[in-house]
Design a protein around this ligand. Structure first.
Ligand SMILES: [Fe+2]
Length: 440
């Protein structure tokens, strides 16, 4: 007890039993410590910075702070000269997203995030340097957006279910705090609002619009997608199967005569496949659809073409029939007008080049709208190439939900679903045989 008392006395300069000069010296020392300590205590700590998107004239950063605060990004052409700055607009929060505009194409930039006195540090997801993209030659022809894996009416995110299973998840998953505004509602609505702001010519909605393929879920999905101010084209995902439902609600809700189809835009062909077995959601391309696909490609040998399917057909994996994969690869080899394939299902960002003979065909996995990394893709089609950029959702709840679902896969979601900067931002110059097909 005596010892405790004496410690307390020692820590208080106003009670320190020394001469007057000693007390003054100690008070000065204590004040210096307080002055130095308080600002650092009050400064918001920066965590989880991520460089999400880089275009030819912008980059977009995400980060978190442990206190609600406004921050800014300082950037410049040299690490020692970050002489430009962009402040966050709007409210001050814990979850931050900032797009820095007005950059030069093909130029290296260095950046740092600053929140009061706190300065960000380099991390694997935020290297604090980047090079802006250089656009392909030729003029912009049109653009399109790709939304994936909306999962309307889903109860929990991050579950690990096998196809056909309704329960028995390997993980408890993640739920949003407000049951009156579920995460699939605000994330998908934000995507629709942001796509309207970007005004692409069309939107591809590449599967898993619903969770359990009920009529009510399809009606809700259609109502939400009808908010898009441009044509949109839905594809079936494994969650949009018929199962034991009395009707194929996917076809009925979207007034589709056939669940696979093709259309033209700006001299390009868009081929939308139905890669789902109706009864259980496993991958299947029916014999009729294979015939239709080959006939469609034969009829359009001079038309550069994009192919979309929910299952990553050329990549293979769980649920994908090996014979279908082989057949699809044979088709990609046989028809040189195919530019690229877009897939969903995996919920993550991944882009690879499939080598077939002397050609390379991009295989693009577009992330989900409804959980980390929470966004959609904008694809700009130029005369001589395509530019692909991930667009993160920016609503306030979206950013908090992004943070929550970063915890999926035991916190490995950034590595598993986030992909690399190159998996989210991609420039593909058309090879000569595609350029020759594009009419000026
Ligand atoms: Fe999905």
């Amino acid at each position: 007890m005596r010892r405790l008392n004496s410690t307390a006395v020692f820590l208080s300069p106003w009670n320190f039993k020394a001469g007057p000069a000693g007390r003054i010296r100690l008070r000065i020392l204590f004040s210096i410590v307080l002055i130095g300590w308080f600002p650092s205590f009050l400064a918001a700590k920066i965590s989880r910075p991520e460089l999400l998107t880089v275009t030819e004239d912008s980059f977009t950063l995400y980060w978190e702070t442990d206190q609600a605060t406004g921050c800014r990004v300082e950037y410049g052409g040299q690490i020692s000269r970050r002489d430009q700055s962009q402040e966050e607009k709007g409210g001050q929060g814990l979850f931050h997203l900032l797009k820095v505009n007005g950059l030069k194409p093909g130029t290296e930039y260095f950046y740092q995030i600053k929140c009061g006195k706190e300065i960000s540090g380099q991390t694997p997801l935020s290297p604090e340097k980047l090079t802006t993209l250089t656009l392909p030659d030729g003029k912009l022809l049109f653009s399109f957006a790709v939304m994936n894996d909306l999962h309307i009416n889903e109860e929990a995110a991050g579950l690990m279910l096998l196809p056909g299973a309704k329960k028995a998840s390997l993980t408890p998953g993640f739920k949003w705090k407000d049951p009156n505004d579920p995460y699939w509602n605000f994330t998908n609505r934000s995507a629709v609002r942001q796509i309207n702001g970007l005004s692409p010519e069309l939107v591809i909605v590449n599967g898993d619009l619903t969770s359990w393929f009920t009529e009510a879920e399809f009606k809700l999905a259609k109502q939400m997608l009808d908010g898009l101010q441009m044509p949109y084209y839905p594809l079936r995902g494994n969650h949009d199967r018929q199962g034991a439902e009395p009707e194929d609600w996917f076809k009925k809700a979207f007034h589709l005569e056939r669940s696979y189809y093709a259309f033209k835009q700006g001299g390009f062909l868009f081929i939308c496949l139905d890669s789902i077995r109706l009864k259980d959601g496993w991958e299947e391309i029916t014999p009729e659809q294979w015939t239709w696909l080959e006939n469609t490609l034969k009829e359009h040998t001079g038309v550069p073409s994009f192919i979309f399917s929910h299952y990553p057909l050329a990549l293979g994996g769980a649920g994908i029939n090996k014979n279908d994969r082989k057949k699809f690869l044979d088709i990609l080899s046989a028809y040189p007008q195919i530019i690229a394939c877009f897939y969903g299902h995996k919920h993550g960002a991944k882009i690879g080049l499939l080598k077939l003979g002397g050609r390379e065909i991009p295989q693009i996995l577009v992330p989900t709208t409804k959980e980390y990394p929470a966004g959609f893709a904008l694809v700009r089609v130029f005369e001589n190439g395509i530019v692909y950029n991930f667009q993160p959702e920016d609503c306030e709840n979206c950013l908090e939900w992004r943070s929550v679902t970063m915890g999926e896969y035991s916190g490995m979601a950034p590595r598993i679903n986030g992909g690399t900067l190159q998996d989210r931002n991609f420039l593909y110059p058309f090879p000569e045989q595609i350029q020759n097909l594009i009419k000026p």
